[in-house]
Ligand binder design. Structure first.
Ligand SMILES: Nc1nc2c(ncn2[C@@H]2O[C@H](COP(=O)(O)OP(=O)(O)O)[C@@H](O)[C@H]2O)c(=O)[nH]1
Ligand SMILES: [Mg+2]
Length: 236
């Protein structure tokens, strides 16, 4: 065997290792570029109050609801950008489009008191977020924040979780049936999780956590502890 013949496989192997290392670092750089955390959910769920308590330690709900509020949240020398999206449907979509690409995390805020009445809308907005192709690619971590827990009629997070799973299951089946009738090839993204089983947050493409909070009560106290723990983990 000539020395040239034995040399080339080694060279190819080295080249492959080199390319793999480059791809690894490029992926890390791209991942660290994602710094946005979106606060979203239906109107009146408490997003702006959570935003102002979290970032400015004050009680504000009068922030403009037709623009997004943006600020940096700092933990242990690191930070993420928190974006409070307006709640009204038409403009929420517009701002969501603008920020979704560089999303590291999504906080989906729910009014735990009015949830039984609004379950359709709450599930629908979440379903649209989760089946968005850009979001599916970015795979942000999802925090479902069951807010207004200071209220006696508030549903707890485990009840909310099963209500949402049931509703999302119905939505997914309806969507897939419609697409089947249209013989659409574009149904892969609507197959959230394992379609052979009932919808469950545990087999979704991204990490999902449920937590409870209140941003306001009669005594002026606030409980955003679970959200802060989640953010602390997300920043790192
Ligand atoms: N009792 C109670 N009220 C809340 C809580 N969070 C928000 N609210 C009230 O819900 C209303 C809507 O809040 P806001 O932050 O403007 O909701 P947004 O539309 O999602 O931004 C305001 O009257 C808030 O004072 C909470 O945790 N408990
Ligand atoms: Mg608001």
């Amino acid at each position: 065997m000539s020395s040239e013949e034995s040399f080339s496989p080694i060279l190819i192997a080295l080249l492959l290792i080199f390319v793999t290392i480059i791809i690894f670092f490029l992926k890390r750089i791209l991942k660290s570029g994602k710094r946005n955390v979106l606060l979203t959910g239906l109107n009146e769920s408490g997003k702006t109050l959570i935003y102002s308590q979290l970032l400015h330690n004050k009680h504000v709900t009068t922030f403009t609801s037709i623009q997004e509020n943006i600020d940096e949240y700092h933990v242990e020398g690191k930070s993420v950008t928190i974006i409070d999206l307006p709640g009204f449907h038409s403009i929420r979509q517009q701002f969501f489009e603008k920020h979704k690409e560089s999303t590291k995390g999504i906080i989906y805020v729910i009014d735990s008191v009015t949830l039984p009445k609004n379950i359709r809308d709450v599930a629908n907005v979440l379903y649209n977020i989760l089946t968005d192709p850009v979001v599916m690619k970015a795979k942000p971590e999802l925090m479902i924040l069951c807010n207004k827990q200071d209220q006696t009629l508030a549903k707890g997070s485990s009840v909310i979780k099963s209500m949402l799973e049931k509703e999302l299951n119905t939505l997914r089946n309806t969507q897939l049936n419609q697409l089947e009738q249209l013989d659409s090839k574009d149904n892969a993204r609507y197959k959230l999780g394992d379609v052979s089983k009932d919808f469950s947050f545990s087999n979704l493409y991204c990490k999902v956590e449920f937590a409870e909070s209140f941003a306001f009560n009669k005594n002026g106290s606030v409980d955003l502890q679970a959200l802060k723990v989640w953010l602390g983990r997300l920043v790192n």
